[in-house]
Design a binder for this molecule. Structure first.
Ligand SMILES: C[S@@+](CC[C@H](N)C(=O)[O-])C[C@H]1O[C@@H](n2cnc3c(N)ncnc32)[C@H](O)[C@@H]1O
Length: 204
């Protein structure tokens, strides 16, 4: 019998042979560089949904920010640039993604106000609270995982803290927005582009 090991971008330990790539991007007024690799989400180009999210996310300087499921770090690194007096924690379950995000916070000179942590969902930040949680959620990992991100978010948000999430509205986004409405009692759409919608819910 042949056992096929599946390797998804959300695997804790990708088994695919390591291939490295380098991307450059202009995001939210910053020229950035990213080292990426096989075995992580969207390694050859910055994902369209990620771009829509970073161009439209609400970030204020001084905020404490969580980038949940950071991949190689795009969202958290832009947030750290926008909030030089704030602090951004980036987390992911994928060891290779965490390794890359740690390299990329150095490459983009935001090491000082960031911390990259490995772990499942909110485990690496238990007991901490944030002004905002931002995520391009792992929809391929299933609806249950995405619902957990939404359901537990209020426990990790300060009063008036904001959950910001991007998804394709017609590919699961609508259901995630409905869940946000159920859990927070509110949501609004910050942006729509190319089928991707950015949703935000406020704790309050
Ligand atoms: C859609 S990708 C977004 C990656 C990155 N934020 C971006 O926008 O390029 C979702 C990320 O969530 C991570 N992920 C999946 N399941 C997770 C879990 N249970 N806990 C933490 N991160 C998870 C994946 O490894 C992946 O990097």
């Amino acid at each position: 019998m042949v056992t096929v090991m599946s390797d998804h971008y959300y695997s804790a330990e990708p088994r695919s042979r390591l291939k490295l790539y380098k991307l450059t991007a202009y995001l939210k007024g910053f020229h950035l560089q990213f080292i990426t690799a096989s075995g992580v989400f969207s390694p050859r180009s910055i994902d369209r949904g990620t771009r829509v999210l970073v161009e439209n996310m609400i970030i204020k300087d001084g905020w404490k920010v969580l980038d949940l499921g950071c991949g190689y770090g795009v969202i958290g690194i832009v947030a750290a640039k926008l909030a030089p007096n704030g602090f951004v924690i980036l987390t992911d379950i994928n060891k290779r993604a965490v390794w890359l995000a740690r390299l990329n916070v150095k490459v983009n000179d935001v090491r000082r106000n960031t911390d990259v942590r490995l772990g499942n969902l909110y485990e690496p930040v238990r007991g901490e609270v944030f002004d905002t949680i931002i995520t391009n959620p792992p929809q391929s990992a299933g609806l249950k995982v995405c619902y957990k991100i939404i359901d537990e978010a209020p426990l990790l948000l300060k009063e008036e803290g904001i959950l910001q999430l991007v998804a394709r509205h017609s590919k699961g986004g609508k259901r995630l927005a409905e869940r946000m409405k159920k859990v927070f009692g509110n949501y609004r759409v910050l942006a729509k582009s190319g089928g991707y919608w950015v949703y935000a819910s406020i704790k309050g």
